[in-house]
Design a protein around this ligand. Structure first.
Ligand SMILES: CC(C)(COP(=O)(O)OP(=O)(O)OC[C@H]1O[C@@H](n2cnc3c(N)ncnc32)[C@H](O)[C@@H]1OP(=O)(O)O)[C@@H](O)C(=O)NCCC(=O)NCCS
Length: 159
């Protein structure tokens, strides 16, 4: 998808992200299947906007296609220096069109520029996500278990 670009998330995007983040497919594959109340979501968004200013523990972008928002990408710092967990969701109406793969590639480029190593924890049954990350240059590193759910761990390899 050539026309895709990333711009920084702002609080004006909070409702969109809420919609994408808690749609039934997204919650099915997230580690926590409960839906966060709107007020908690707003607090979470505020913390991300704050962190974006300081550029330390989290970054979030909205992907746009022809100026229309179609998804988000988020990086969250881990305890390992320079290693960030990547999370993405695409507007349910836009899934299966290459948006997810393109968003990951754009994020990879940003990570390369900023010396960040991203990784994704992907539910083993989330075939679409696994394919998107693999198409964007991720390889499966470790299969691990979190509670009763198995996760595949992927690490981006820029070589
Ligand atoms: C996972 C997600 C981000 C992928 O984005 P997307 O734009 O739908 O994915 P793409 O169109 O780039 O397709 C990626 C791959 O999956 C394949 N695919 C797309 N829809 C599919 C489907 N319903 N079933 C199986 N494969 C599918 C594509 O053919 C492509 O495979 P390829 O690289 O081998 O050609 C998106 O589906 C989503 O938002 N899901 C809910 C949230 C989520 O699961 N986030 C990821 C958490 S780690």
């Amino acid at each position: 998808m050539d026309d895709l670009s990333l711009r920084w998330f702002t609080m004006d995007d909070a409702a969109l992200v809420y919609h994408w983040r808690y749609d039934s497919t997204a919650t099915q594959y997230s580690g926590d299947t409960s839906v966060t109340p709107w007020s908690s979501h707003v607090a979470w968004c505020n913390s991300i906007v704050r962190d974006q200013k300081t550029r330390r523990s989290a970054y979030m972008w909205i992907a746009e296609s022809y100026s229309q928002p179609v998804g988000y990408v988020r990086l969250t710092a881990t305890s390992a220096t320079g290693v960030y967990k990547i999370s993405i969701a695409v507007d349910p109406e836009m899934r299966g069109c290459g948006v997810g793969t393109s968003m990951i590639k754009l994020c990879n480029a940003w990570c390369d520029e900023h010396g960040i190593t991203p990784f994704a924890n992907i539910h083993n049954n989330n075939i679409t996500s696994r394919k998107a990350f693999m198409s964007a240059g991720y390889t499966q590193q470790i299969a691990n278990e979190k509670g009763s759910v198995d996760y595949g761990r992927y690490i981006y390899d820029s070589t």
